[in-house]
Design a protein around this ligand. Structure first.
Ligand SMILES: Nc1ncnc2c1ncn2[C@@H]1O[C@H](COP(=O)(O)OP(=O)(O)OP(=O)(O)O)[C@@H](O)[C@H]1O
Length: 310
């Protein structure tokens, strides 16, 4: 194991940030931590990397985190504010200079899609470009373990996908990755295992597919209509598992091949609707089921739920 944590606890005054978290990450594994704001993700990342005090046991590369070889660790903190009047190249050069062995700056900047802006001051880059430079600084020592606290927050969708490709290729090359994210798609795509933190506790852990199978529920067909009562009545009469709120109807446990039959029932009963969408359970469903809250920051889940409730 590259990283083992046992019963890690951390309180700030009366606020319990970590309430006994145990986890382990194997060499070459990608482990994603998800959970609502304030769940304790950053505090856990900081405990695992020795940048905050904690109670309990943490073993990083076979010893306490404070003794870990810096050459082997790449840590991207959630907030990282390098000097604004250094260029991307100067910043990565600077960080590279802190290690015995560093990758060429131009190569690392190319990896994060910043080769073209290498000579722009950090302060003049967009938020997403700045985050990419911070990721580059984290990669410069070619670490065995990458610990990334919200690596893609603020990065546009295309840039986020580029970074996923990069992290995937690093993982394929044997780099162990621990990351936190509010993007369920990111966790689902990258992670071998996902840990869901809520109120300082690890409430679920497993591969994305295992979590979806255990907590994701069934597929859903969502309908937006003024005639929600009539629609629900007609669908229930045909034997569908149906639920409705004003202007929204949800049919549960609908395999894709049954969608046409639902549409037929609606047509035959004269129900008009504005929108119809079908979704398979995914990690977002797991998140909703276990935390009772929408996925924050991406806006995607919030909009989708709002659409049904509208
Ligand atoms: N330095 C600090 N001083 C006091 N309280 C803190 C400090 N850092 C974190 N906390 C508290 O600890 C709890 C966990 O915070 P943490 O930042 O670890 O959560 P998080 O899951 O990373 O949240 P986010 O998704 O918003 O980044 C919160 O209640 C937070 O207010």
């Amino acid at each position: 194991m590259v990283l083992v944590a046992e019963d890690v606890r951390r309180a700030y005054g009366d606020t319990v940030a970590l309430d006994g978290v145990s986890l382990s990450v194997a060499e070459g594994e990608v482990y994603a931590l998800i959970g609502p704001n304030g769940a304790g993700k950053t505090t856990l990342i900081r405990s695992l990397t020795g940048t905050t005090d904690y109670e309990g046991e943490v073993d990083l590369f076979g010893g306490p985190p404070v003794d870990a070889d810096p050459q082997r660790l790449g840590l991207l903190p959630q907030s990282f504010d390098p000097p604004e009047r250094l260029t991307a190249r100067e910043l990565v050069d600077y960080y590279g200079g802190l290690y015995d062995r560093a990758r060429p700056t131009s190569e690392v900047l190319a990896d994060v899609g910043m080769a073209g802006d290498a000579d722009t001051w950090y302060g003049k880059l967009s938020g997403g470009q700045q985050r990419r430079v911070c990721v580059a600084a984290t990669l410069v020592n070619d670490p065995d373990l990458l610990v990334l606290d919200e690596p893609t927050t603020g990065i546009d969708p295309a840039g986020r996908r580029d970074l996923w490709d990069l992290l995937e290729s690093l993982a394929d090359g044997g780099t162990t990755v621990v990351l936190t994210t509010h993007y369920m798609e990111e966790a689902e795509r990258l992670a071998d295992r996902v840990g869901l933190l809520a109120d300082g506790r690890l409430v679920a852990e497993g591969s994305p597919s295992a979590l979806v199978a255990e907590y994701g529920g069934t597929s859903r067909l969502e309908l937006r209509t003024d005639a929600d009562e009539a629609a629900a009545r007609a669908l229930a009469a045909d034997g569908y598992a149906v639920d409705h709120t004003p202007r929204a109807v949800v049919v549960s446990d609908i395999p894709p091949e049954t969608i046409a039959a639902v549409v037929r029932t609606l047509d035959e009963s004269g129900v008009e609707y504005d929108a119809l969408s079908w979704r398979q359970p995914d990690l977002e469903s797991v998140y909703l089921a276990l935390t009772g809250t929408d996925v924050t920051e991406t806006g995607e889940a919030v909009e989708r739920e709002a659409e049904v409730a509208a």
